[in-house]
Design a protein around this ligand. Structure first.
Ligand SMILES: [Zn+2]
Ligand SMILES: [Zn+2]
Length: 656
């Protein structure tokens, strides 16, 4: 039954308490908005929705309702005002989706609408018309939307029987399918102007509360995301309560476009993709420099933590994958080859290889925890449609490690991995992250007892380390639960990178052992973990996070020496020699071009330090330094520059 309906009970007057405004007794059928108006006209005018915080429905976390809803029993509510938090933007964006649909209906009366939800900072609506839609049609829809918004249309909620709803939406197979699936007898519909939609709400009270909106793009989308279904037209848009907020968001989208790692990869000559190997990246010399710098740092941190580096084959026999469970659970993502009439698979994961190394020797409890680390090149079959630059590729290098330990060591080891992840993320400038605990999936191996235990340990450690987390039911790996780390970049997007997976199952399948203090054989536990995830993808993430302006320690070219004219080429070469002697990756721009053009070129290549040399510098044996990160041009002695440069590199500073 509709939750809001439950509040409607027989009574003549009710008490409505509005947080911060007070309490009022009103006649039945009075809306929250009208009650609030009596308490404070100004504030109630500003509100766009309400949240019922104390209902008789038990401990519901929260319930968002329209301002126009009419409670039938005493309630306590909170007015919600325009804001840029998720909740408030959702209400606005979803309401704007209705307005867009209404506008489309005016232009294309035959339009049949499917679903139109809000998404992060935006909305979309899927629909079909007789014909197609192109980006050139969007301004016309926007114009119509503006007209509707100005018309001060309210969003009116009505409850109707499913039969009535089916009549209202007759001829629209999508809405009819949705109505059919609703378990309740009655459904809610919303009317704004002459447009009616099937919807749960809540909505803003009137279309005039839409401060600013923009339609962004058109895409194709299968009904219910299933390829066998009809392809519908999807129009994306975004709405904000104020023009300023919309502008700030559009500016951010533009910056994201400029920072797209695929664009930067071309401009900075870092990597490329080719038809000869779709989805398999080619790394160019400059891209390799960045990659190797990441790996050098990775090795340094891992050796400090007592990891032992190993390397295992890319191709391993099918039998091994049958034992590991990958054959049954992961086959559709794997590549297969035949060698000497035997069947082999290209590894999608490094675990079985690491286990073979473990099993090659006998192990005593004194060796545990034994931590094998492998920068393993794995191959996974991805559909061509989902490939996306370095973010979604068909082969990548996992910064993998497998920790073999006793159950007693689990807490400590997981704690150490969490600390390592935290430390390494900060170096790359990611100090804002959250974690997800993923529990037992449908397709899984191992007993329920094992799973409960493993999930309990991971939860313990998340709490002990005070990590910001939520639980992702049923999303664990097939051999154990996991903690995934999501980092937030400067454009407020999140990326899943690190993962820690607990595994009681694979040690059993492969029958791995260690000799305990009691001289008996025991089963170790395995922790699978990555910190950066895929090196290729991580590289793409930091390129976007820094918009290509990598800090000095990571920049493939750290300094460009820019002689003002040919006359100073000799001195420029002398300076370059000194830079190179100090380990600086530098070059001279010896083109016959103006200094401005040389500076622009260095800017485009995102080189952290520009070093200008001319008459003044040559005379005084100095250089003028211009930082890409900003600040004044500064005349300095060469040793002084080298000192600050080395400090920035050694400390892997991001503010240089
Ligand atoms: Zn709606
Ligand atoms: Zn593994």
């Amino acid at each position: 039954m509709d939750d809001i309906k439950k509040l409607f009970m027989e009574k003549n007057t009710i008490k409505i308490t509005i947080e911060d405004l007070g309490k009022i007794e009103v006649g039945k059928g009075t809306s929250i908005r009208k009650a609030a108006e009596k308490l404070d006209k100004n504030l109630s005018k500003k509100a766009v929705a309400a949240e019922i915080i104390d209902t008789r429905l038990g401990d519901m976390p929260e319930m968002l309702v329209d301002l126009n809803s009419e409670p039938a029993s005493d309630i306590r509510a909170k007015l919600l005002y325009p804001g840029n938090d998720e909740k408030m933007l959702d209400i606005l964006n979803h309401s704007t989706a209705h307005i867009m649909a209404a506008a489309i209906k005016k232009i294309y009366p035959e339009a049949r609408f499917a679903i139109g939800p809000s998404i992060k900072k935006g909305f979309y609506y899927d629909f079909e018309i007789d014909g197609n839609l192109s980006p050139e049609d969007l301004p016309r829809i926007e114009k119509q939307m503006k007209k509707l918004i100005g018309g001060n249309h309210t969003f009116q909620r009505n409850m109707v029987s499913k039969k009535e709803a089916a009549e209202i939406f007759a001829g629209n197979p999508y809405k009819l399918e949705l109505i059919d699936e609703i378990p309740e007898d009655e459904v809610s519909i919303y009317k704004s102007g002459d447009f009616i939609d099937l919807c749960r709400g809540p909505h803003i009270p009137s279309s005039t509360r839409i401060g600013a909106f923009k339609l962004l793009s058109i895409a194709g989308a299968y009904w219910r995301g299933k390829e066998d279904n009809k392809m519908l037209i999807r129009v994306y848009g975004t709405a904000f309560y104020s023009k300023e907020d919309l502008k700030a968001y559009l500016d951010m989208l533009e910056l994201a476009k400029q920072s797209d790692h695929r664009k930067l990869g071309k401009e900075l000559d870092l990597f490329s993709f080719h038809d000869e190997a779709p989805g398999f990246p080619f790394f160019h010399p400059k891209g390799m420099i960045i990659r190797n710098l990441i790996l050098d740092y990775w090795r340094q941190e891992h050796m400090k933590e007592g990891y032992l580096e190993v390397s295992t084959p890319v191709i391993l026999s099918n039998d091994l994958w049958k034992t590991s469970g990958h054959w049954d659970n992961y086959k559709e993502n794997m590549y297969f080859v035949e060698i000497d009439e035997s069947d082999y698979a290209v590894k999608p994961m490094n675990c079985p290889g690491n286990i073979i190394i473990y099993k090659n020797n006998q192990h005593s409890y004194r060796e545990l925890p034994l931590k094998y680390a492998e920068l393993g090149l794995v191959h996974r079959h991805e559909k061509s449609g989902v490939l996306h630059g370095l973010f979604r590729v068909r082969n990548f290098t996992q910064d993998d490690a497998h920790i073999f330990c006793t159950e007693e060591q689990l807490h400590d080891q997981i704690g150490r991995v969490i600390d390592l992840i935290d430390r390494m993320y900060r170096v790359f400038g990611f100090d804002d992250y959250f974690v997800e605990l993923s529990t037992r999936p449908d397709k899984s191996i191992g007993s329920k007892k094992m799973w409960d235990k493993a999930e309990g340990i991971l939860k313990d450690m998340i709490q002990q380390k005070n990590l910001n987390y939520h639980i992702n039911e049923g999303d664990g790996a097939f051999y154990g639960p996991k903690i995934d780390f999501h980092i937030r970049d400067c454009l407020d997007r999140t990326w899943q990178c690190a993962t820690i997976q607990l595994d009681f199952a694979m040690p059993e399948k492969f029958d791995i052992q260690y000799v305990g203090e009691d001289n008996e054989r025991h089963r170790p536990v395995m922790i699978h973990r990555v910190v950066l995830g895929s090196i290729e993808r991580f590289l793409g993430i930091i390129l976007e996070h820094y918009a290509g302006n990598l800090p000095p320690w990571l920049a493939p070219e750290q300094a460009a020496v820019l002689p003002i004219s040919d006359k100073y080429l000799d001195y420029a070469s002398e300076v370059l020699g000194k830079l190179k002697d100090s380990g600086c990756r530098a070059s001279i721009d010896d083109r016959v071009e103006s200094l401005n053009k040389k500076i622009r070129q260095a800017e485009m290549q995102k080189i952290p330090y520009m070093i200008v040399v001319g008459e003044k510098e040559k005379e005084s044996r100095t250089i003028t330094v211009r930082k890409k990160s900003g600040g004044e041009m500064k005349l300095v002695e060469i040793p002084e520059f080298l000192k600050t440069f080395k400090e920035a590199v050694i400390s892997r500073s991001i503010d240089y």
